[in-house]
Design a protein around this ligand. Structure first.
Ligand SMILES: Nc1ncnc2c1ncn2[C@@H]1O[C@H](COP(=O)(O)OP(=O)(O)OP(=O)(O)O)[C@@H](O)[C@H]1O
Length: 822
């Protein structure tokens, strides 16, 4: 066995990053367009997926197009063999010479990682091609050296390591070996003599790998797989008894995903959370390593996951490493694609130090002498370098001071943006974890109910036992996730402390009369960066709110139609309210089952019921539309119509995250107290959501402000409905009488979360929601300053096909918010 490492010289090299874009699938081709362009085999451009963004681009100069440049870039027409020949084959050849190499595929779920690494019969993947190269090189070697090739194949599933070459492998543990670094204790290493044998083992291992069918990918890998090939070469000629040992690690990562996209639940969801957790750990290591290259030592959190510990050598140690970032060209994958490219871009900074792994079977005095000689040479070289550096430092003190200051400021500025990025990552991970636990707790509740019921009816108790076991699994998962969440909280606190330190440093430097202008700009930049992130978040939230608003509006129309009013009546009422109804044509209204069609619908001239219709108010009036999120209302109309009708729908904001303001508690503290509840509803400080409905201006001074009697949450638009009802009762009602009718208010009490109360004139009806409402409320103001009218179908993705609906806003109602936002 080799015992002593020879003093081989280290060569520093940067990580090679290749991007591979897969072709659109048939389904994707039907649904949308290809948004990725590859130029000159190096440059990747991701186009803005929203074709109807022209208006925003004009007004705010906001485009989501992104451009990146990499060592290699491969378009959808490239095969695995193209990728291999161009970017990998030379590295693989080094393995036979005693060098280490790591190739890993990184990308979101369904982006083509497994396809790239394993491939198909017609287009063999990088694993297959690499193995063929190794054996071809061994075969064609003309020296008398002796080769030995061994292979192991493991997977990391839910933070547990399994041996894929064992039929029923137990859990394996990682160990630190002083000579070999991280090793997996007990992992089977099989001696192989041909590429075909390894491929056989690879297929066997793949068949044991955990895969699932998810919404995003029919055969989604749920684990990270690492194939390791070790080539030992016993030299027989010049360096007799010397052994070189090359190691090739080929890694197929599980795909990062959003639970909402993969439509997964139960175990799949928990897998997803674990996958995301380890990928986040990998991303954090990439971040830290990138940082390290720029400004010296930085803590690299390898220990945060098994995956990063296994990949440690490949990321920073003795390995020539290639990252294949796989991306999908589909428009709906824009965020994943940009995210993958962002990390790939950062990975370009990572440096590794390669060195031949040389050992001797039998080390002689002469060998020791050689080692001492080369060490002495190395010491001399380093001394010389040090002396040069010192003389440079002492030459021009003034110049040096300016340089030092500038480079210090550079570091500060970099650290600031990295701190922001880290915060985003952590909060995102935390939210996903919390969401998983919310689902876990719901399942737990269902299990408790089921156990209670089953205990009464079941005699032998087998089902109850199974349910209890399941319950225990869920409890374990909750505990694990809570623990992981606690550690994220700690990391976020550390991040927050670091942020404060950075701010203090900037402020101190300003007060110490440093490079004031630069520092002020830096400080401004930091604050603006924060504000910008916050605005983006707000906008994303508003997109969602508008979407919900439209649903609420559509449902209001359904209610109106349910009253059996004809077009004329509706028009009259609307004009009395100062509301202009646009586009009566095109769509047949939704008619609840068991109800007669409205007379107007029979003529194909229906009121606007679907989302492609809208209301706008005449220029002199304004109104507040406010709705409760996640309030499923089983209204009194339901009895009448025989159909449950939900006014607003559930919102998920878990994928959004934000940064805290200066001197405020961390954002996560303000958003959620624990994994189950929003503490203060929507985070008010960021949305500036008014606590009470806005004052309603009207051309009629007698009109009462729209408010609800209980909590101040109301759908004031429903006064329209009220008025319709009123008109049915009394056709003689005057304008003024109509307006004096108390508006319908829709309120909900915070204490009784499933209850929604409707105030109708003097009468109050309590309705019950089908789901627990999230009482956070959002407001949208619709004014009709014609110049600020926006066509939503041009602006916001969910409305891209919404038709000619017009919402309008007055920018004055949005002080301190993006003025273009409806
Ligand atoms: N270059 C390509 N050419 C043709 N089809 C491809 C290509 N890359 C990927 N695909 C197809 O895209 C789908 C998803 O690919 P794959 O399973 O490799 O994704 P993945 O990134 O490994 O996903 P996950 O992380 O969920 O395991 C598969 O149906 C695969 O055949």
């Amino acid at each position: 066995m080799p015992s002593i490492k020879a003093p081989a010289t280290k060569q520093t090299t940067t990580l090679t990053v290749a991007v591979k874009c897969r072709p659109l699938t048939e389904k994707e081709r039907k649904r949308g367009r290809d948004i990725v362009r590859v130029k000159d085999d190096k440059e990747v451009t991701v186009l803005d997926p929203d074709l109807s963004k022209d208006y925003l681009d004009r007004v705010q100069n906001r485009t989501k197009e992104r451009k990146y440049s990499f060592d290699y870039a491969f378009g959808p027409d490239c095969t695995n063999s193209d990728v291999y020949k161009t970017s990998i084959s030379s590295t693989i050849a080094g393995v036979v010479q005693g060098l280490n190499a790591t190739v890993f595929a990184y990308g979101s779920t369904g982006s083509g990682k497994t396809y790239t690494m394993a491939g198909t019969k017609g287009d063999p993947g990088l694993m297959v091609l690499s193995l063929h190269t190794i054996f071809d090189l061994i075969k064609s070697d003309t020296s008398s050296d002796e080769f030995e090739v061994t292979c192991s194949y493991l997977e990391v599933y839910n933070e547990v390591i399994y041996d894929l070459l064992e039929k029923s492998s137990g859990h394996l543990e990682l160990r630190e070996d002083p000579e070999q670094g991280i090793i997996v204790a007990g992992l089977r290493c099989i001696k192989v003599h041909s590429a075909d044998k390894i491929l056989e083992l690879l297929n066997l291992g793949n068949s044991r790998r955990k895969t699932e069918s998810t919404e995003a990918n029919a055969t989604s890998s749920r684990s990270h797989a690492v194939l390791e090939i070790i080539v030992k070469r016993k030299q027989r000629n010049k360096y007799k008894n010397q052994v070189v040992r090359g190691k090739l690690a080929l890694v197929d990562l599980a795909g990062s995903e959003r639970a909402s996209e993969t439509n997964s639940g139960g175990q799949k969801l928990r897998d997803g959370a674990n996958i995301n957790r380890s990928l986040l750990a990998l991303a954090n290591c990439i971040n830290a390593l990138g940082k390290q290259q720029k400004k010296g030592l930085a803590y690299v959190p390898y220990r945060n996951s098994k995956l990063t510990r296994i990949l440690k050598d490949g990321l920073s140690g003795n390995s020539r490493t290639i990252m294949i970032a796989t991306i999908s060209p589909a428009g709906n994958q824009y965020h994943h694609t940009v995210n993958t490219l962002k990390y790939a871009d950062r990975a370009k900074e990572i440096k590794t130090h390669i060195q031949k792994n040389v050992g001797t079977i039998d080390t002689h005095v002469a060998d020791y002498q050689r080692m001492i000689d080369s060490l002495q040479i190395e010491v001399c070289r380093l001394r010389k370098e040090l002396a040069e550096k010192e003389s440079q430092l002492s030459v021009k003190p003034t110049e040096k001071a300016v340089d030092d200051e500038l480079s210090w400021l550079d570091v500060l500025s970099r650290e600031t943006s990295e701190n922001v990025q880290e915060r985003i990552n952590l909060q995102k991970a935390l939210f996903e974890l919390e969401e998983t636990n919310i689902r876990n707790r719901i399942e737990l509740q269902h299990l408790d109910d089921a156990i209670a019921k089953q205990q009464v009816i079941e005699k032998d108790g087998t089902i109850v036992q199974a349910l209890r076991e399941r319950r225990q699994v869920i409890l374990d998962n909750i505990r694990d996730n809570d623990e992981a969440g606690a550690s994220y909280h700690k990391e976020i606190e550390a991040n927050e402390n670091h942020r404060c330190q950075l701010q203090d440093m900037i402020e101190e430097a300003i007060s110490n009369d440093g490079n004031k202008t630069y520092l002020r700009i830096l400080s401004q930049y930091r604050l603006l960066g924060m504000a910008n992130t916050e605005l983006q978040f707000q906008m994303a939230m508003r997109d969602q709110v508008i979407h919900n608003q439209r649903e609420a509006q559509r449902n209001l129309w359904n209610l109106i139609m349910g009253l059996g009013l004809d077009q004329k009546q509706i028009m009259e009422l609307a004009s009395k309210q100062g509301i202009i109804i646009e586009d009566w044509t095109t769509t047949t209204p939704w008619v609840p089952s068991g109800m007669k069609q409205s007379p107007i619908s029979g003529h194909g001239r229906s009121p606007p019921l679907c989302s492609c219709h809208g209301i706008r108010q005449s220029s002199s009036t304004s109104s507040v539309f406010q709705h409760h999120q996640d309030v499923g209302i089983r209204s009194s109309f339901e009895e009448h119509w025989g159909s449950s009708h939900t006014v607003c729908r559930e919102e998920h904001h878990s994928s959004y995250y934000m940064l805290s303001h200066d001197h405020s508690p961390p954002a996560y503290l303000r958003m959620r107290r624990n994994s189950e509840h929003w503490v203060t509803g929507r985070p008010v400080p960021w949305f500036s959501t008014p606590e009470k409905p806005q004052v309603v201006h009207s051309k009629y001074p007698e009109t009462r402000p729209l408010s609800s009697s209980r909590s101040g949450h109301c759908i004031s638009a429903s006064c329209l409905l009220e008025n319709f009802g009123q008109q049915q009762q009394d056709a003689q009602t005057t304008d003024r009488q109509l307006l004096e009718v108390p508006p319908v208010g829709l309120s909900s009490s915070r204490s009784s979360c499933k209850e929604v109360t409707m105030h109708h004139g003097g009468e109050t009806r309590t309705l019950f929601g089908t789901t627990k409402p999230d009482l956070s409320s959002c407001h949208i103001l619709h004014n009709a300053a014609p110049s600020s009218r926006l066509n939503l179908s041009q602006l916001i993705p969910p409305y891209a096909n919404a038709g000619p609906n017009v919402f309008s806003s007055s920018s004055s109602d949005f002080k301190g918010r993006p003025s273009n936002f409806v």
